[in-house]
Write a protein that binds this ligand. Structure first.
Ligand code: PEP
Ligand code: MG
Length: 545
């Protein structure tokens, strides 16, 4: 379509102009810093002023009929890989500059998209190369009916936020944006992980029927709200909610959840341009705790880093952030921020059954350090006679292989474990959970992961400490029988999934689950286990598949 092509070419031009203006301003700002920084900006500016370089991108838009974003990425990546392959360090290092320029141009383009998304007046689905967890959380559900991205993975935080919002989403679809125009009709089938572009009438009719059936199923499941999550042979399972924002506590309650098993408090930092104050923390936590009146609310201390960065700065650039200064490691090096949050958690602890959970613990020393800081904060509060619950339960997420392997040592120093399978899978299999290129290798059904989980459950039971699973497998109907069969009795999951998971629980016996878990323990491949779990789940609730 000529008008669309012209529009995309214009967007490329505007993005170049914006990036040039931004860099020029930076140059003036930092003019006192002689040398390297200025030199780098000068190189970037030279590239951006180079007309032939811009022409390659606009030609690509014309010839391939793509979006501006896609063209920028495609051309800059071609250039970067060309530079990287040249056997001269001075030139090969220029590849990094090209990636920087790509990022700067994409920020210009996506900034504009964000504007558009905020001012929507009609129903749309969003198709993008990537969305950050914060952008996803900010989507207006009245108009945004779903999204699909090229980047990410099933347990990336963007996908998790979508699940919490009950928003259909499909991630990790390579080469998606080049096949779609602004006028395309798009079906996002989040349940099956399918995107249909410009469907024919028959497919549209099938999906319309499917949507009606799903709405009907949701209605039926709602009737389970006040029924207990008990297996057919009478074993009660606690179903708690995972939340990112305090107001989701109401959704957990509405869906029939028994409390909050994972409050991802780092979202307080992601949503605001400034660092949250102690009172901001307090207000958010108090809201969640009051909503649950005496039921457990597990507040996880901030898990920043990897794919979650605060707007307010504070974060170093890292080449490998998933293995870097993430989560509890960041907290232990930024004590003012950490203590601020701990004070707020301790203050709300008098309002209900508040529990504190440290993420990404990878050894006993780290746990002891975190607890020492907590004690320091308690002493500070004592000094000012601020009330708190000195006996509040303190637990950890078991989400690194090192924590899983040394679970028997960690039990002595904490009151509970919550198994975070999202990260445990990532670190055990060495597969980035948010990288679409390896998305098919990422699976909790891997024998290595399951062996670690079995060990953690065994050690927690032996030490008689509480145990739950809060990774995304607890929201996945296919995994529920296995988790129960392995001995877990508390699950924390995406709030919209609570009714469906309750339905699964009410349809099985622990005897059947034990049998399934024993069978899985004899299997030696991800694929075999996955197929077996899927077949078992389909037999129980065929309507969900
Ligand atoms: C996990 O890693 O399984 C988890 C629940 O934490 P998050 O998804 O926030 O990393
Ligand atoms: Mg985690």
């Amino acid at each position: 379509m000529p008008s669309q092509r012209t529009n995309e070419v214009k967007r490329v031009r505007v993005a170049f102009a914006g990036a040039i203006a931004e860099l020029t301003a930076l140059k003036v700002d930092r003019s006192i810093e002689e040398g390297k920084i200025k030199d780098i900006f000068a190189v970037h500016l030279r590239f951006l002023h180079d007309k032939s370089f811009r022409k390659r991108i606009t030609d690509f838009v014309h010839n391939e009929l793509t979006t501006a974003e896609y063209a920028v990425s495609a051309i800059l990546r071609q250039i970067a890989s060309h530079f990287a392959g040249i056997d001269d360090p001075y030139i090969s290092e220029r590849a990094t500059d090209i990636y920087d320029i790509e990022g700067r141009l994409l920020t210009q383009l996506l900034g504009e998209v964000r504007e558009n998304v905020e001012h929507l007046r009609a129903e749309v689905v969003i198709v993008a190369h990537d969305l950050t967890p914060t952008q996803t959380a900010g989507l207006n559900k009245t108009f945004v009916k779903g999204f699909a991205t090229e980047a990410g993975g099933r347990t990336s935080h963007t996908a998790i936020v979508a699940r919490s919002l009950g928003l259909p989403a499909v991630v990790a679809l390579e080469d998606l944006t080049s096949n779609i125009t602004a006028d395309s009709t798009v079906i996002i089938d989040g349940n099956r992980g399918i995107v249909v572009i410009d469907p024919d009438e028959e497919t549209l009719a099938q999906y319309r029927k499917y949507a009606v059936e799903l709405a009907q199923l949701e209605h039926e499941l709602y009737a389970l709200r006040d029924k207990p999550a008990v297996t057919r042979d009478g074993v009660a399972i606690a179903l708690l909610g995972n939340i990112e924002f305090d107001d989701e506590a109401e959704i957990v309650k509405e869906k029939g959840g028994d409390g909050i098993g994972l409050y991802r408090t780092e979202f307080l930092y992601l949503y605001s341009d400034s660092e949250p104050t102690e009172d901001d923390h307090y207000e958010a936590y108090a809201h969640a705790v009051r909503t649950f009146e005496g039921k457990p609310v597990v507040i996880r201390t901030m898990d920043l880093g990897a794919d979650k960065y605060p707007h307010s700065g504070h974060y170093p650039g890292e080449t490998n952030p998933v293995l870097g200064l993430r989560s509890i490691r960041f907290c232990l090096q930024n004590l003012t921020m950490f203590k601020n949050q701990l004070r707020a958690i301790l203050r709300v602890s008098v309002l209900g059954d508040v529990r504190i959970m440290f993420p990404l613990i990878s050894n006993l020393q780290e746990l002891r350090q975190a607890k020492m800081i907590l004690r320091d904060v308690m002493e500070d509060l004592d000094e000012y006679a601020v009330p708190y619950n000195p006996d509040l339960a303190v637990g950890i997420m078991v989400e690194t292989p090192s924590a899983a392997l040394t679970a028997s040592l960690l039990t002595a120093d904490c009151d509970f474990f919550s198994i975070g399978t999202n990260d445990l899978v990532q670190y055990t299999l060495a597969v980035d959970r948010a990288n679409e290129h390896v998305a098919t290798l990422y699976s909790a059904a891997d024998p290595a992961v399951l062996q670690l989980i079995r060990g953690v459950i065994h050690d927690a039971n032996k030490a008689r400490i509480d145990l739950s699973v809060c990774g995304e497998i607890a929201s996945d109907p296919e995994y529920i029988m296995l988790i129960l069969g392995m001995g877990v009795r508390t699950l924390s999951l995406a709030p919209p999934m609570i009714p469906e998971i309750k339905q699964v629980i009410r349809s099985v016996t622990i005897e059947e689950c034990n049998h399934l878990a024993r069978k899985v323990a004899t299997m030696d491949s991800q694929r075999q286990i996955k197929n077996y779990l899927r077949d078992a789940a389909i037999k129980i609730i065929p309507e969900a598949f």
